[in-house]
Ligand binder design. Structure first.
Ligand code: SAH
Length: 347
């Protein structure tokens, strides 16, 4: 199999649909080799802190959409800092503050929280994943100390985007946010759900082309999983197998991208995290949210937040990944455009 980036896209239909195990195994092997070449056998771990499930948006797939009558919560600044303290002691050197688009988190409230994390833990990376905000807000948060921003584009096809989102949401605005974040010096993460309602091979091709052109530092993909109380509650879940193949394709398209083995994949497929690593992923994001709020951040049904998805079990996760040949360095795990000269340079 020829894995130059153009030939991957030329061959994408076959790679994603073949039932020939030799082709699939070779895809995974080449992706894992590309990951090893770029980052060694290192898996970076990020502490996910779900700061609020309040959301002003009404995305049709999402369990915390505005019109879903679920119990709402938000963490206060002191609770967020407590999650960071706990995570820091466990060895986490990246914190990801994720949440719905909660109007309570104005810049006036959010910037001091980011500044506090920045000054208390100077050696951590701060990642935000709080949806669309204005360029000025992104600028202020960057100035307060945020390093990275995750904002999945969800789909690169405007008609598909309109099918997944309510009328008041705008594809061009989401794309504009990604460009603003890049210009402001963030490491930017984008991505999409695999098997979201209305997704086709054509929309997936557009996702991959967009990603190839935008060259994000991070790409998050996981299977769509139906969420109770949403318009897509009865839709079928995405395929774990297709997710694994797309992870491998993304690794080959962008060899040095940071690619998480997502919780959604682990929720759908037992052993999904390990399978994702064998397909080229190199990031895991255990949950550091307070235990009573984990169940409430229910973006899809049965979301895992226990076992090795739990931040407090990171030592256990490290032991388990060691057995299959991976190290989990306690480092920020920044994007690296060059290949490391030796293992030490990653730490
Ligand atoms: N409000 C933030 C964070 C959203 S949650 C934002 O807009 O970026 C993070 C990601 O979870 C979303 O980008 C979406 O791709 C994914 N997600 C939401 N609902 C999902 C579902 N039902 N199944 C799988 N993934 C889902």
């Amino acid at each position: 199999m020829n894995t130059s980036s153009n030939s991957i896209l030329d061959d994408i239909e076959r790679l994603l649909t073949t039932s020939d195990p030799t082709v699939v195994d070779s895809l995974y092997e080449q992706a894992a080799a590309a990951r090893d070449k770029a980052y060694g056998r290192n898996v970076f771990f990020r502490g996910l802190i779900e700061i609020s499930n309040h959301c002003k948006n009404d995305c049709r797939y999402c369990g915390i959409r505005r019109s879903n009558p679920i119990q709402r919560y938000r963490l206060g600044p002191e609770q967020i800092m407590e999650c960071c303290r706990e995570g820091y002691a466990l060895g986490f050197r990246t914190f990801v503050l994720q949440g719905g688009e909660d109007a309570w988190f104005t810049d006036e409230r959010l910037c001091p929280i980011v500044e506090d994390i920045r000054t208390t833990f100077p050696d951590v990376a701060i990642t935000l994943s709080l949806g669309e905000r204005g360029r000025e807000s992104f600028r202020r948060l960057r100035e307060a100390g945020a390093d990275r921003y995750l904002l999945r584009h969800e789909t690169a096809d405007a008609a598909h985007y309109a099918f997944l989102h309510p009328d008041e949401m705008d594809f061009d605005h989401r794309m504009q946010c990604l460009h603003d974040l890049r210009e402001l010096g963030y490491q930017v993460g984008t991505g999409f759900m695999v098997g979201s309602p209305g997704q086709t091979l054509e929309t997936l091709r557009k996702d991959l082309l967009f990603i190839q052109q935008f060259r994000p530092e991070m790409v998050g993909i996981g299977p769509f999983i139906p969420a109770q109380g949403t318009p897509f509650a009865e839709a079928s879940a995405g395929s774990a197998e297709l997710t694994l193949r797309l992870l491998a394709v993304l690794r080959l398209l962008l060899p040095s991208v940071l690619l998480p083995a997502t919780t959604a994949l682990a929720t759908l497929l037992p052993g999904g995290r390990e399978r994702a690593l064998q397909a080229g992923a190199n990031v895991v994001m255990p949950n550091l949210s307070p235990s009573d709020s984990r169940a409430l951040y229910s973006i899809y049904n049965n979301k895992l937040a226990t076992g090795s998805e739990a931040g407090e079990a990171v030592a256990d996760l490290r032991r388990r990944l060691k057995i299959i040949g991976y190290d989990m360095p306690s480092s920020r795990g920044d994007f690296r455009n060059q290949q490391p000269t030796d293992k030490q340079s990653l730490l």
